[in-house]
Design a protein around this ligand. Structure first.
Ligand code: ZN
Length: 165
């Protein structure tokens, strides 16, 4: 079992913090089978509030946040979001990579992340709160009616980092 952290980096304009709408946020990832090295071509979604049953796994009757049988080697792989690892990305973190969630990976690891929709943006100085923000374009700009200035998320980037046990 390997723990992998998803780190993000962005530049924030007049924003105090951004966060995912966990546990209902869907992390869209491409995954790689650690047994045969096969990397998925399509995006898979991993959502903390949703659990899938494994085909023949009696060790975990509650299921997993993500489950798949590898097309190449037929191994059964799964991923769970580690509870309480969701972290906001704040003004203090801006421009640096910071982990916003940790995945427990069994036989498969995420290798690419697509941020998509479901982000919550809190403007600086008690400004407007924006919900269900879509970061698909890697840049996002809006106008804060409360503070009367523009707010933005720029240069969004992400990476996966293996964590030591
Ligand atoms: Zn495989």
């Amino acid at each position: 079992m390997v723990r992998v952290g998803l780190q993000i980096s962005a530049t924030l304009e007049n924003i105090e913090r951004i966060e995912t709408c966990h546990p209902n946020y869907s992390f869209f990832v491409k995954v790689k089978c650690t047994n045969c090295g096969e990397t998925s071509e399509k995006w898979h979604d991993i959502t903390e509030s949703e659990r899938l049953q494994g085909a023949s796994d009696s060790r975990n009757p509650d299921g997993f946040n993500f489950y798949m049988k590898c097309k190449m080697c037929s191994r059964e792989n799964s991923i769970d979001i580690v509870e309480k690892t969701n972290e906001p990305y704040t003004q203090d973190d801006a421009g640096k990579f910071k982990a916003i969630v940790v995945f427990d990976c069994r036989g498969v690891e995420p290798v690419e992340f697509s941020p998509r929709a479901g982000w919550i943006v809190h403007s600086a100085e008690n400004g407007q709160k924006f919900e269900d923000v879509d970061l698909s374009e890697d840049d996002w700009v809006e106008y804060d009616q409360k503070n009367k200035n523009s707010v933005g998320v720029y240069e969004f980037a992400s990476q996966f980092v293996k964590l030591k046990k």
